[in-house]
Ligand binder design. Structure first.
Ligand code: ADE
Ligand code: ZN
Length: 334
């Protein structure tokens, strides 16, 4: 329809997409064959059966179980390249202009894969996406919050030279939220902030956790962006703070629906965020697991909220303003 065309053409930036979350069932099964990977005996045996299981996630941890199994098929540099390149190609057809993409080093290092293997694969895909699709992108390394802090600190040491070279542009925090609150990672964030003051800091907060996870991420981790953050709406002081500081929330509508953070998209606090002046972007999170890439997220939000063109342009602008890019690059996107 004419609205789908408008939403396709709207300049979109995505700030919350896990490259490991772009592993389609078809690529997953291709790589199982390529590497002869052994998966758990109860793992669905066809892409179709896997998609059916993906439609039945009960919460974040139920999804993460499959997300970490999926990672096991990613072995050599070309696998990581292929993964990211397929994502960029799909997103390009949907009007994506700029992506700030997460990756989880610990999910690969723990399997004996070298940092350079996945980083080079991702970097090559990003260069090809820039050259052939005109999509700009940045890499944000995430720490897995269910792992011990010493493991996270070791990962930061391994990443040091890649922050120095500019290959990695940000730090994030993901995985199971509620049992692993932000204060645990204060030293990790402090290390990056001290050594690389220009690096963007963000953290998943307020997805399943309450608004105090958002407040503590701001206070203790010094983040300038919040991933998800939808539970911020339960704390009016926090809402004022997010608006005053123009702290962007990277909201993931279809993820929140599929992981049952909300039972219907109309429950997302998008109207509250707009009214309070809290900037947010719309994102796919793990598009292959939720069967919803960037445009589907925009289309479904439109179905449930029916925003006018002016509001859509305001949301598009939030995403450009909130991107970790130079001012002249922002002007090009506007
Ligand atoms: N890892 C991948 N997607 C995630 C999400 N939505 N929340 C926490 N960790 C994740
Ligand atoms: Zn996420």
């Amino acid at each position: 329809s004419h609205m789908t065309q408008f939403l396709t053409e709207l300049p979109k930036c995505e700030h919350h997409v896990h490259l490991e979350g772009t592993l389609s069932p078809s690529l997953l099964f291709k790589l199982i064959s390529k590497h002869n990977v052994e998966l758990p005996s109860d793992f669905p045996s066809t892409p179709e059966a896997l998609e059916i299981r993906y439609n039945q996630f009960t919460d974040l941890d139920d999804f993460l179980h499959f997300y970490y199994i999926g990672m096991n098929v990613l072995k050599d540099e070309d696998d990581f390249f292929q993964l990211a390149w397929e994502y960029f190609q799909t997103a390009a057809t949907q009007g994506l202009h700029h992506a700030e993409t997460f990756f989880d080093p610990q999910g690969h290092l723990c399997r004996g894969i070298e940092f350079e293997t996945f980083l080079n694969g991702f970097t090559r895909a990003a260069a090809k996406a820039k050259q052939e699709l005109g999509i700009t992108s940045k890499l944000i390394m995430c720490l897995l919050r269910h792992l011990p802090v010493p493991d996270c600190l070791e990962t930061i040491d391994l990443a040091h030279k890649h922050y120095e070279s500019g290959a990695i542009h940000g730090l994030g925090l993901d995985s199971s939220e509620k049992p692993f609150p932000p204060h645990l990672f204060a030293e990790c964030y402090g290390k990056i902030k001290d050594k690389f003051p220009h690096v963007g800091l963000t953290a998943h907060a307020g997805e399943e956790g309450g608004p105090e996870f958002v407040t503590n991420s701001l206070d203790l981790l010094n983040v300038t962006r919040i991933d998800h953050g939808v539970n911020s709406v339960k704390d009016q002081e926090l809402m004022k703070r997010l608006a005053a500081n123009r702290t962007m929330l990277s909201v993931c509508p279809m993820s929140n629906l599929k992981l049952r953070v909300v039972s219907d998209l109309s429950q997302l606090p998008l109207k509250e965020l707009l009214d309070a002046g809290v900037p947010f972007s719309i994102n796919s999170d793990d598009p292959a697991y939720f069967n919803s890439y960037i445009l589907e997220n925009y289309v479904q939000v439109h179905k449930h909220f029916g925003f006018d063109l002016k509001t859509w342009c305001r949301i598009s602008k939030f995403g450009i303003e909130g991107s970790w890019i130079e001012d002249d690059h922002k002007k090009q996107l506007l």
